[in-house]
Design a protein around this ligand. Structure first.
Ligand SMILES: [Ca+2]
Ligand SMILES: [Ca+2]
Ligand SMILES: [Ca+2]
Length: 471
């Protein structure tokens, strides 16, 4: 329940100032608010909070979930071997299991100063497109680096040369709040060494990405397309400075362009294709959806290496992993009625965060799995692309997403990151070391929201963080 402050005078003021004065004032939790994933919501809040099946799965369906879990968690091995169900790793790969990046079904992080490999962060590659590349762009979203392809694989099976080693160094800058408090932000620079196949193309574009958490993805997939498109405002016709737009990406199964939903730039249309892409590019495992290993023509040893079957990931395994990735439950919120959390929620609305971090959707009646249908969910994302300014730009486009655009990431579960993953490194490349730094990197369409936070008192900042930590 909330009270809208609507006196004639206030309404007048709203026109002159901003939409902020119309922000709702919550005085108590909304009904069902703590159930971020509707009746799929899980009640865990410990280290395993991101690893539980949707709460409304029957015991038989929980069994399917745990079969999928084993293919997500357990390492794949090099072919040939007697373990034929899970062989074919590589020749080039990043790591041997999904879970090594999606740590405890949660978030990855950039490599530390003395890490041997980057593991839970990967680097995407491409070169600028020319007018001849229309067909490639339509299907692939980027033009591959001619030798290294669309992704750098820093591991390889014996006898094959890995593509390179990735390290990250940081430069530092300071942001100052209106009250004088200073926060130091770090900006990453990639250092790629030990190149296995010669120099990169001179115009290579790089995009470092950490593995996002795996919770609630089936619910995001079940949001009706119309509901997502209804929030798009590409030309900012309502004049609020925010112009979310959908990505349009190639769907391999349907052989046409559709709405993008997954990945930091919404470059993947569906969980199945995202999973098949992860098998192919992160682990070197082919499937019926992506039947070629990730070698380029400049990597003949990779192309002629032994494979683990055609395809290496059977349709059956792909389907169990799909079921698993659809059903990792979102944990319930904590402290929804605490006064500080409610104050933080009001500040979240007042600052305009909810213009992109959309609090509520209802999933479709015809969702892919019955447990995911008709759920009232609170992902805090519009799944649309936003220009986030120069500071966050990777200057590498992906389908319709420009080098400055990112998909609003869902915020549900974000307050449990430290408990599950033992760190609080946020944003696409993990540059933010806590939630406040993540907010202070916001620019572009989110500049006004950030300014509003910079003008907050210390107690208001803690309330906003208390709200985020309750998600
Ligand atoms: Ca392979
Ligand atoms: Ca590659
Ligand atoms: Ca707008």
């Amino acid at each position: 329940m909330y009270v809208k402050q609507r006196t004639a005078l206030l309404l007048l003021a709203c026109v002159c100032l901003s939409a902020c004065d119309e922000a709702p004032r919550f005085t108590q939790a909304e009904p069902g608010e703590s159930l971020s994933g509707g009746s799929t919501t899980v009640l865990k809040k410990d280290q395993n909070a991101f690893s539980m099946p949707s709460a409304n799965l029957s015991p038989a369906r929980r069994l399917d979930f745990s079969v999928g879990n084993s293919f997500f968690r357990n390492p794949w091995v090099i072919a040939p071997t007697t373990t034929t169900a899970r062989d074919g790793l590589g020749p080039l790969f990043n790591t041997n299991a999904c879970q090594n990046c999606h740590i405890k079904d949660g978030r990855g992080h950039p490599p530390g100063p003395d890490a041997k490999s980057s593991v839970s962060m990967l680097v995407r590659l491409s070169i600028p497109a020319s007018s001849r590349d229309a067909e490639v762009l339509l299907r692939q979203g980027v033009v591959a680096e001619p030798v290294y392809g669309t992704q750098l694989q820093d591991m390889a099976v014996p006898g094959i040369t890995p593509e390179g080693k990735v390290r990250v160094s940081y430069s530092y800058q300071t942001q100052r709040f209106a009250d004088g408090t200073e926060v130091e932000l770090r900006k990453p620079t990639l250092d790629i060494s030990n190149l296995g196949y010669g120099d990169f193309h001179a115009d290579t574009q790089f995009s470092a990405r950490i593995a996002p958490p795996m919770i609630g993805l089936g619910l995001l997939e079940a949001i009706p397309e119309e509901a997502i498109l209804a929030n798009a405002d590409p030309d900012d016709s309502n004049g609020d400075g925010i112009s979310g737009r959908p990505n349009l990406v190639w769907d391999r199964a349907q052989q046409r362009s559709v709405l993008g939903r997954f990945g930091w730039k919404a470059g993947q249309p569906s969980l199945n294709q995202q999973n098949a892409d992860a098998f192919a590019n992160d682990m070197g495992l082919t499937s019926s959806l992506i039947p070629q290993d990730n070698c380029t023509h400049a990597q003949p040893d990779c192309l002629s290496a032994v494979n683990g079957g055609e395809p290496e990931v059977s349709d059956n395994i792909l389907a169990t992993v799909l079921f698993y990735t659809r059903n990792l439950g979102v944990p319930a919120r904590r402290d929804v009625d605490k006064p500080e959390v409610l104050q933080g929620k009001n500040l979240f609305y007042k600052s305009g965060c909810q213009s992109c971090h959309t609090p509520t959707f209802t999933t479709a009646a015809d969702a892919a799995e019955p447990e995911l249908a008709n759920q009232n969910i609170h992902p805090y994302s519009d799944l649309l692309l936003h220009d986030m300014g120069e500071g966050l730009a990777d200057n590498r486009s992906e389908f319709l997403a420009t080098g400055r655009e990112w998909r609003t990431p869902p915020l549900w579960g974000i307050g449990l990151t430290e408990r599950v993953n033992g760190h609080t490194q946020f944003l696409h490349d993990g540059r933010a070391r806590n939630l406040l730094e993540a907010i202070l990197w916001h620019g572009g369409e989110a500049e006004a929201a950030k300014q509003s936070v910079l003008n907050m008192k210390a107690s208001e900042r803690s309330a906003l963080l208390a709200f985020l930590n309750s998600l």
